[in-house]
Write a protein that binds this ligand. Sequence first.
Ligand SMILES: Nc1ncnc2c1ncn2[C@@H]1O[C@H](COP(=O)(O)OP(=O)(O)OP(=O)(O)O)[C@@H](O)[C@H]1O
Ligand SMILES: [Mg+2]
Length: 500
Amino acid sequence: MSEANGSVVEIRDVSKRFPGVQALNSVSLDIKPGEVHAVAGENGAGKSTLMKLLSQLEKPSDGKILVEGKPVRFRNPRYAQRLGIAMVHQEFALAPHLTVADNLSLGREDSHAGLIVRGTEKRRARKLLERVGLDLDPGRRVSSLSVADQQRVEIAKALAVDAKVVIMDEPTATLTEAEIDDLFELIEQLKNDGIAIFYISHRLEEVVRIADRVTVMRDGEVIETLSKGDFDESKLVRLMVGREIDTLYPKEKAEIGDAVLRVEGVTRPGVLLNCSFEVRAGEILGLAGVVGAGRTELARAVFAADPIASGRIELDGKELSLGSPGEAIAAGIGYLTEDRKGEGLAMQLSVEKNITLAHIPGPGIWIDRHKERSVAEGRQKELDIRTPSLHRAVEALSGGTQQKVVVAKWLETDARVLFFDEPTRGIDVGAKAEIFKLMSHLAARGRAVVLISSYLPELTNMCDRIIVVRDGQTVGELKRDEFDDERIMALASGMEREAA
Ligand SMILES: Nc1ncnc2c1ncn2[C@@H]1O[C@H](COP(=O)(O)OP(=O)(O)OP(=O)(O)O)[C@@H](O)[C@H]1O
Ligand SMILES: [Mg+2]
């Protein structure tokens, strides 16, 4: 390293202004070879923006970025890659219809220079895959891989361009516990190879576990950089939000009433088999299971987003036969999807429009703009949705802020039963507590709530009852006084046969 302090990347007094927002204000930090440097902060703190400047997706308004001691010019993401900075995107960055080998050579400079010798390419791919612990045929299509394996291919892609710094922005959002452990092992390995890793996650226990240093950001500024041993979860929370958060899981006591939704024997060939559960007024029901167990599919089936082959769905004692999500909403079923980009939000529309979108306007066809505005303002305040204007397109908001908009949108409906599918993914601690509080309020006012989460503490703290889903089947049920992490995990992974 040419620079005396041995940093592979140094960010010096970097600022970034977007219209109406100072996303970063004179930020300085550095990263050393073989170091995991975590960046923590609430939604909208500027974490992703900082990483976008590093990977040259966005241009800094001010300041300097040095790679191995030399100031770098701003050009484009390809140039950043050549400097050794690679970003591991969580989703959609690979070309799903291409093979693994093709994806691995896509980013490389020489791949478009002329003919690619297929055999060489495959051999090269195999070597890279080995380095990330993947034993699979490079000729396979990316779309046939699990999310975790796709992520490994992404990391392999970073290695293919000889990355010195790998950026991981919320890499564990869609991984199971076991896959997270595997990822952390791989990160250790990358560290040993001298690769520096920027790690962003809202799961602070991960940060504490893996980071050598943490930089906490708030409102576009660096609050503090701490070394291992000087931070724990509660200290990070305090620095992130600038105040104490009294409770992460504000569960209200609610009177549990009659069954609102009853699902019986719902089957969708190859996806769901004979699924049954009910949820009562005032109750929060948890759906536990590993990623891919079929919880989302079950919610989608109830919401009429997918057809079912057989089974019965009752709302307030009346059998439903729903043809579409629109009919489900009208009947009183709400579903907050886990995929906010794909289904949850209209990215080009304003925050205000998105919040009021799911609400079916009353009689008449015109929309009351004043009402729309005041509804949106109310929710903005309640959920602390940080945007300079409600007219701003949702796509310009930070990831977590987008998720808050999804929640706001569904709170506007009169749904009798609401499915929350991974509602806290990518959401900061303060906002998480807010969302749980709202969920709890809804239940306490007699609505039925179904919570899907891959993070067990959320379920065990917030739910009155938990149903475990595995391989498209409902395989177990636990009441609140029976909650037991190990038992739930065992049921979810099929390590235990439920005693009849
Ligand atoms: N392209 C853009 N145009 C306008 N404003 C933007 C743009 N990208 C980000 N911002 C704003 O910059 C600020 C920082 O956003 P950023 O995405 O960096 O936050 P973050 O810390 O990654 O948050 P999260 O935890 O929610 O992902 C936010 O106020 C966001 O709305
Ligand atoms: Mg972000």
